[in-house]
Design a protein around this ligand. Structure first.
Ligand code: PMP
Length: 344
């Protein structure tokens, strides 16, 4: 008798096809209907699984990657985790050049996933030979048969979302979508998704979420890179101090900026009201939607799709640590819930 086993062949078959989840309590007082595309459901817990898999499989198709090849990237974040995970399954070596600013947790996590991690000094200019950009470039040149993902300047990044995230949202909404609100870091998610959706319906409004301290919003409005806009901020993965060529500014109608503090509180609120354990930038998207609501962007029949890029578990020592929130001064404002005190 034949026994049919219902199993996936490996983790990679689970990349993409993430659920769209209606937001109930947190969106209660807003005009319109709000749905989150929860990318934390990817096996690597973020939207970066999509681009890593797409870019790697494209390199396999064109013959750049062969068995035992090396994949190189400059990231300690979600992309690094996705590349490490895929490398294990497909049998590649994974080298990640990261900044010494990266938390120990993140470096440990990448090493646990089999990546070779080079920690490079954070406070040197990008063209310094010790910078993680230069180290990655040098390793790529020196390692025969290697590929460099280079997500900020790789057109395949947006293409991955054009072929997956965009069609998924169109299908999940049966075309009843009026707004797309998404973070912009490399710009791959918003550019690829928006391009696909606008090809189906050019009236869909696309709003990018940027950070204070980043140049993207100003560049979109003026076409100039204004270095006066640049200063340090805490949200990771959102905004940039340079213009990524992976971003297609033409398909984005508007950018809106959000603060570190409000985004952190809003992420915590999503977790507590919806039970969706939200990453920092999911809080940023929700905060942007609240601001857009105040600005009169939505009508009662608006169907707003928000992309929640990753999972809250990546931020245990940041926004989900009361100590960290306190150290940032984020509990200072009066109308915010104080951390719980445990008494024995
Ligand atoms: N949120 C998080 C947590 C991220 O890691 C990234 C990727 N840098 C983004 C949002 C932005 O996505 P994209 O790079 O596709 O613009």
């Amino acid at each position: 008798m034949e026994h049919k086993i219902n199993a996936y062949n490996n983790l990679l078959e689970l990349v993409g096809n993430t659920p769209l989840i209606k937001l109930n309590k947190i969106a209660d007082s807003l005009k319109g209907n709000f749905y989150a595309k929860v990318e934390g459901f990817n096996p690597g817990h973020s939207s970066k699984d999509r681009i890593a898999l797409y870019i790697i499989e494209e390199a396999e198709r064109t013959g750049l990657l062969k068995e035992g090849s090396t994949i190189i990237e400059t990231t300690s974040g979600n992309t690094g985790f996705s590349i490490a995970m895929i490398s294990i399954i497909k049998g590649y070596d994974c080298i990640l050049a990261v900044s010494s600013k990266s938390s120990k947790d993140k470096i440990d996590m990448l090493r646990s996933m089999g990546a070779k991690v080079y920690v490079c000094p954070a406070h040197v200019s990008p063209d310094d030979p010790r910078s993680y950009y230069e180290v990655a470039k040098r390793l790529h040149e020196e390692t025969e048969g290697s590929i460099y993902i280079n997500q900020y300047f790789n057109q395949l990044n947006a293409e991955a979302h054009y072929h997956s995230t965009g069609p998924e949202i169109w299908k999940q909404t049966n075309g009843h979508i009026t707004h797309l609100v998404a973070c912009s870091g490399t710009g791959g998610t918003i550019s690829g998704t928006a391009k696909y959706l606008k090809e189906q319906n050019p009236d869909i409004r696309v709003i990018g979420v940027d950070a204070y301290g980043s140049v993207l919003k100003k560049y979109h409005e003026t076409g100039e890179l204004d270095t006066k806009e640049i200063y340090p901020y805490r949200i990771e993965g959102l905004g940039k101090n340079l213009i990524p060529t992976a971003t297609n500014f033409k398909v984005i109608d508007e950018f809106i900026k959000v603060t570190d503090e409000e985004s952190a509180h809003t992420a915590r609120e999503i977790s507590k009201t919806e039970g969706i354990f939200a990453g920092y930038t999911s809080g940023a998207v929700m905060q942007a939607v609240r601001q857009l609501n105040e600005m009169g962007e939505f009508k009662e029949n608006s169907n707003v799709i928000m992309i929640f890029p990753d999972h809250g578990s990546r931020y245990m020592s940041k926004i989900y640590s009361d100590q960290w929130m306190n150290d940032q001064g984020f509990f200072d404002s009066k109308n915010v819930e104080e951390p719980q005190k445990i008494e024995f």
